[in-house]
Design a protein. Structure first.
Length: 335
């Protein structure tokens, strides 16, 4: 049995996305196309190569599925079941009625769930926290809001921390609106008060490792920890702040086609960039005879990102870069 190979499916992905989203198909045609594309995503999730016969209905019987943790099985099965029955009806000839917008939207929602599944898996492997690499967090923000929302909702429900709660709150604003974010904030008030708030030492580590020096006396950070003493108050100000009404690029986008322009203009986790950064890191380590403190100091003096997890940092970058490449594969760019 061979592993899933993204490049083996590149042409198919391009064809399916083109035929499903760009040629004015009927709702039946779109549902059929999403079902086929979803099979490719589930193949990636379960690492099932092209030498194995596979359909969405077979997923729960695969050995790869049985090895998943219980909550991941539940999530994946629920995502598939939003798609599979309607997808089968759209493929076969017994269902003669036209499909409704609600049915098409349900299938699309299942597709978004599968995209989110990929990023949830990533952040279960490389947990999201205050010190998560800026490169990864920046690229994650280039995804359509609904994918971020679904990913962060799962992470918040299962292992909330300040970074996850902060980004989840922002994703609610961008996916829905500020009134929805305010309602969520009040519903979660007690839980947000209980989430660990960084100590002075943890805050200083965040400023040092994630701050951007803009003058000899000023450091710019995304989260101004010193202003607050708890997560609830911090997020309340985020929701009130008029700047959170638009996304990082200064313009709202709601789908892959609008997001792709931001992705292509701002993506830093390309394979060539990662390999170049890894070679540079190894050269600096060699220069300082593997004295990590000297290496770290060199990076900071030159305003460079220091790979805190040594070689594993580049694995982290590589895995995320490949995920981003996969989800934008075959997508057109719209302004």
């Amino acid at each position: 049995m061979v592993n899933f190979n993204i490049f083996e499916y590149e042409q198919m992905i391009g064809d399916l996305i083109h035929d499903t989203f760009y040629v004015g198909l009927t709702r039946r045609g779109k549902i059929k196309g999403i079902r086929q594309f979803s099979e490719v995503i589930v193949r990636k999730i379960l690492n099932i190569g092209s030498d194995t016969y596979f359909t969405l209905g077979k997923a729960k019987h695969m050995e790869q599925f049985k090895k998943l943790s219980n909550n991941r099985k539940v999530y994946l099965k629920a995502s598939i079941e939003k798609i599979r029955p309607l997808g089968n009806d759209g493929t076969h000839t017994q269902h003669t009625e036209e499909f409704s917008d609600d049915e098409l939207n349900q299938v699309k929602d299942g597709l978004f769930d599968l995209y989110a599944y990929l990023f949830i898996d990533y952040f279960l492997k490389y947990p999201m926290n205050l010190l998560s690499p800026a490169q990864v967090m920046g690229d994650f923000s280039l995804l359509p809001p609904i994918i971020r929302y679904k990913t962060l909702q799962y992470l918040y429900d299962n292992e909330a921390n300040l970074q996850i709660a902060n980004r989840y709150c922002l994703s609610i604003i961008k996916t829905y609106d500020k009134p929805t974010a305010f309602r969520w904030l009040e519903e979660e008030r007690e839980r947000l008060y209980q989430i660990h708030y960084p100590t002075q030492e943890e805050a200083e580590e965040y400023y040092i490792n994630r701050g951007v020096q803009i003058s000899s006396t000023q450091i710019k950070v995304d989260i101004q920890l010193w202003r607050y003493s708890n997560v609830y108050d911090l997020l309340k100000d985020k929701v009130i702040d008029p700047r959170t009404s638009v996304n990082e690029s200064g313009k709202m986008y709601s789908n892959f086609e609008q997001a792709k322009k931001c992705y292509e203009n701002n993506n830093v986790l390309t394979s060539s960039n990662i390999e170049e950064a890894k070679e540079f890191y190894n050269a600096v380590k060699y220069k300082f005879s593997n004295n990590i403190e000297k290496v770290k100091n060199f990076y900071r003096l030159n305003n460079l990102y220091f790979p805190e997890n040594d070689e594993r940092t580049f694995d982290e970058f590589k895995d995320f870069g490949e995920l981003m490449e996969f989800v934008f594969m075959g997508r057109r760019q719209y302004s």
